[in-house]
Design a protein around this ligand. Structure first.
Ligand SMILES: NC(=O)c1ccc[n+]([C@@H]2O[C@H](COP(=O)([O-])OP(=O)(O)OC[C@H]3O[C@@H](n4cnc5c(N)ncnc54)[C@H](OP(=O)(O)O)[C@@H]3O)[C@@H](O)[C@H]2O)c1
Length: 288
């Protein structure tokens, strides 16, 4: 954006701090945003904005999150890859190999394997379509009611219970909000059928890690693939690192792509400069 004056925060003069209108941020220091009193809106480079919503001092500041089709495609690829990992019993064969055990398991048809996605937003919907295209039976859960071709949809708490009881692989792609924090706990995980697995690619606090370990240890759940944790980086002392039924990933399921995200951010800024309208921003009421 050659016609604009884009500066790193530390390079701004006192005068520029007063005139800054838009901030482009990832995980900003709240004090830095507080030092920009005339901001009109913030462009987040991340899709998840729970920290911005709670930490940014200006409570009425509009936050525009990263809504990049490339990010959704990357997440859909990750969801497909790890769903196939679980579908083809790779955790079991990995254990068998280390014990030199030659034992064949029957793999059901993908159509008989139900993968349920919690969250049917930009990422969840793209992942659901990718799974459907690969033959899985796909369920989806969102806050509002929605009809989608080829995907059985659910909404609301009662529906969540119905969905969980019919799920083989549960994929979490919800935002972290007051309503979703601790959503997957001792009771809700117990609703999954015995032998089900969980993939959490959203945010750590949505899934109670102790409850998850309890359900894995009792044999109720088979495996968990976790890309996000209540504390990141995952502390070396956390038992999830060494749990035989857990795959730990370092928050890589869908990383912001610099090239495509730059285009989205610059497109949003150009549109604002032309029309004066702030791009669609996050709902503070709903927290996403
Ligand atoms: N691990 C990674 O690398 C990574 C990368 C990017 C993003 N993420 C995480 O993924 C999350 C989802 O991103 P997104 O872009 O898909 O978000 P989004 O477009 O805002 O979609 C959120 C979805 O969750 C649903 N939802 C929200 N609160 C709910 C509730 N209380 N009950 C039921 N459904 C609820 C929404 O329902 P409605 O459709 O009814 O609104 C919507 O379908 C982000 O918030 C971020 O935390 C992780």
């Amino acid at each position: 954006m050659p016609k604009l004056n884009i500066c790193a925060f530390r390079e701004l003069t006192a005068e520029q701090r007063l005139s800054a209108e838009i901030a482009i941020v990832a995980n900003p220091n709240p004090a830095e945003l507080a030092a920009l009193p005339n901001l009109q809106w913030v462009q987040s480079l991340w899709a998840g904005v729970e920290r911005l919503l709670t930490e940014v001092p200006q409570s009425d500041l509009k936050i525009v999150r990263m809504n990049d089709p490339q990010l959704a495609a990357s997440m859909a690829e990750a969801v497909l890859a790890w769903s196939l990992y679980l579908h083809r019993d790779m955790p079991a064969y990995k254990k068998q190999q280390s014990a030199k055990i030659w034992k064949q398991h029957t793999t059901p048809l993908t159509a008989d394997r139900t993968v349920s996605i919690l969250g049917l937003g930009s990422l969840g919907l793209c992942a659901a379509n990718r799974l459907t295209a690969n033959g899985f039976s796909v369920f989806g859960w969102s806050r509002s009611e929605v009809n989608l071709e080829g995907i059985k949809t659910f909404n609301g708490e009662a529906d969540l219970h119905a969905l969980l009881s019919r799920t083989d692989i549960l994929v979490v792609l919800l935002p972290l909000t007051m309503a979703t924090s601790g959503l997957l706990n001792e009771q809700t995980l117990a609703l999954l059928p015995r032998g089900a697995s969980v993939i959490n690619f959203a945010r750590g606090p949505i899934l109670d890690e102790t409850a998850l370990i309890n359900h894995l240890d009792s044999g109720h759940l088979a495996h968990a693939v976790l890309d996000v944790f209540s504390e990141e980086p995952l502390p070396k002392s956390n038992p999830l690192w060494t749990h035989a039924d857990v795959t730990v990933l370092p928050h890589i399921s869908a990383r912001t792509n610099k090239i495509t995200a730059s285009k989205i951010a610059s497109g949003n800024i150009s549109s604002f400069l032309q029309t004066g309208e702030i791009p669609q921003s996050v709902s503070r009421k709903h927290g996403y």
